[in-house]
Design a protein around this ligand. Sequence first.
Ligand code: SF4
Length: 310
Amino acid sequence: MKIGLIDVDGHNFPNLALMKLSSYHKEKGDSVEWYNGLEYYDKVYMSKIFTFSPDEKRVIQAKNVIRGGTGYDIQKKLPYHIENVDPDYSIYPMHQYSIMFFSRGCIKKCPFCLVWDKEGKINSVGITGLNPDGKHIEVLDNNFFANPLWRDAVMFLNKTKQYVNLHGVDIRIMNEEKAHALNSMKLKGSSIHIAWDNPKDDIIPNLKQMLKYVKRYKIMCYVLIGYWSTPEQDYERIMKLSELGVDPFVQPYRDYHNKRIPTQYEKDFASWVNKKERFKSFSFKDFEPRKGFKCGIYLKNKIQFNHERV
Ligand code: SF4
């Protein structure tokens, strides 16, 4: 069979499902290539992770077209026999790293997050092969330390002797043992991603405990805004993180259908925090994103949000 692949989001980050589909079909003796729009294929797989990525515009020339990924259908999953094959990293030669999951799902059910709808309760998953040309590992677990087998995952990662980026570290369940495990891993700057999504969660005691073992420059903290917090709460979270030397990164809330447009305040706040030269040089109240408009007004006016999901 002649198989075509389309990575609808572009090739900025390897698409794990397409890599697994490629391996599966190559093992069966099929020919697999990126869909080129010129030839006719027996089967074309289109994968789209993000709802905001523009859809493929071409008329697909194939007997069978299969669409998958969260951007198309939150429920659709790879069949078990394909989910567990080793990914074919050769289709993304420009990305010299491995992508790994040790678990799927989560223990939490945050109302703004799709993970529970998509993957349900946390469960450990089988370890797939590393990229033979990989220089480091991107660990994409939603909640790495909620996995009951997290100690095995740490042991595996340490055995590879490669640098690791941990994308989902839940600071709310951090403790001394987990912080110690983090300290045992090869981590570069901003490679541990934590989040402070709800201003009502006091993450500071756990963060302080983590900082006894982990260097602050290795941590980056996502801060959700525009969902259930006021500008004062946003500002407070940012300043508390900054006082501890932890790098904040603001994310305005986006809904699954990508209908919600961030407010001007959210854009201005993100633009101040996320551009580090601004964040380090002047305060938010003195930020003047447009002539004659200073952001201090947002804090003075106590802007309230529409917290409803769109
Ligand atoms: S902890 Fe993170 S992954 Fe889990 S439900 Fe909340 S936001 Fe989603």
